[in-house]
Design a protein around this ligand. Structure first.
Ligand SMILES: Cc1cc2nc3c(=O)[nH]c(=O)nc-3n(C[C@H](O)[C@H](O)[C@H](O)COP(=O)(O)OP(=O)(O)OC[C@H]3O[C@@H](n4cnc5c(N)ncnc54)[C@H](O)[C@@H]3O)c2cc1C
Length: 288
């Protein structure tokens, strides 16, 4: 069974930058594809770069390879503590690592509606940059309250005939050419694809039918930590609780990026987290 100094689970911005900072350590990076959320992003906001998401993913992957990391394509299914270190298993391989960084990001959210799974890919999407052009000249909606949900709505105005942002709670700031409906999606209508979203407005009025051929779900995302060991402390959203050095409640186990508690969602923060987690792991691995 291969032994490593460091294993990084998740190859998005946080995991790739963690690997890029691991020069001198034998490092394994496990991810189903590489790039994570970056692969869903076109132009990047808040970074001083002309790169798109996939460009940045390719650059970070190159830096990780230059630092000597090895990439295993797969999904970690279990992580257990052994006397030799952390044992991580994918469907095909098992590895032992002295320290591990959890950089698994957040899983797509769901609305909890009965026919949601069958609408996936037939109107329901999680990525405006990927699927927005499919809805040229058609009405679409976005469900979610985060600033990324608002950005998705704004991006979709380039393609769609009409964009509605369905956002429960406090009124979000206005967005040009986007109708904001304060409420919750409670139903999806359509036979061979989505035709409309049924929304329960916050004001307690009767449900409103919002015509939409596409619905972009940006709500209900949770940390993808189902494989993680017993004893890992988590916050209310299921993210790994960490201290200032990004150490979790378990020895030699760190968490970075969207997967950890208190993370302020952005690419610069994910990149900084990756580097910090590796620095802490390196410290934990250094005797004395
Ligand atoms: C719609 C949207 C738009 C955004 N736009 C911007 C922007 O313009 N500018 C900006 O600064 N930020 C933006 N962000 C935020 C930014 O993209 C994220 O904060 C950042 O990408 C998070 O990186 P991460 O590495 O923590 O997670 P992710 O990028 O989600 O990476 C996690 C990786 O872990 C993998 N993984 C999960 N489970 C396992 C497992 N069991 N085994 C192995 N691998 C696993 C996943 O497949 C994925 O590749 C946006 C976010 C969203 C949702």
């Amino acid at each position: 069974m291969p032994h490593w100094d460091l294993a990084i689970i998740g190859g998005g911005a946080a995991g790739l930058s963690a690997a890029a900072a691991a020069t001198g350590l034998s490092t394994l990076l496990v991810d189903p594809m590489g790039g994570g959320e970056l692969m869903n992003l076109g132009p990047l906001r808040g970074l001083d770069t002309e790169e798109t998401g996939p460009d940045l993913a390719a650059r970070l992957l190159g830096e990780a390879m230059d630092a000597g990391a090895e990439l295993a394509i797969g999904e970690v299914q279990s992580l257990t503590q052994t006397p030799d270190g952390w044992r991580l298993a994918t469907a095909d391989e098992t590895h032992i690592a002295r320290a591990v960084i959890l950089a698994v990001g957040l899983a797509h959210g769901t609305l909890g509606l009965p026919n949601e799974a069958e609408m996936e890919g037939r109107g329901l999407s999680h990525c405006a940059a990927c699927d927005g052009p499919l809805f040229q000249g058609q009405p679409v909606a976005v469900a979610g309250t985060s600033r990324w949900a608002r950005l998705e709505a704004e991006e979709l105005t380039a393609f769609a005939s009409h964009v509605t942002l369905i956002a429960p709670g406090e009124a979000p700031p206005p967005i040009e050419n986007v109708a904001i409906l304060r409420g919750r999606a409670i139903g999806l209508e359509g036979r061979d694809g989505l035709d409309a979203v049924l929304v329960q407005p916050d004001d307690g009025g009767p449900p409103i039918r919002v015509p939409a051929q596409g619905l972009f779900v940006q709500t209900g995302r949770r940390a993808a930590l189902g494989f993680s060991p017993d004893g890992l402390r988590r916050d209310a959203d299921g993210r790994a609780a960490v201290d200032a050095s990004l150490a979790t409640s378990l020895p030699a186990l760190f968490a970075a990026g969207e997967a950890r508690s208190g993370f302020e969602s952005s690419l610069p923060a994910a990149i900084a987290d990756g580097k910090r987690a590796t620095a802490s792991a390196r410290h934990a691995l250094t005797p004395g």
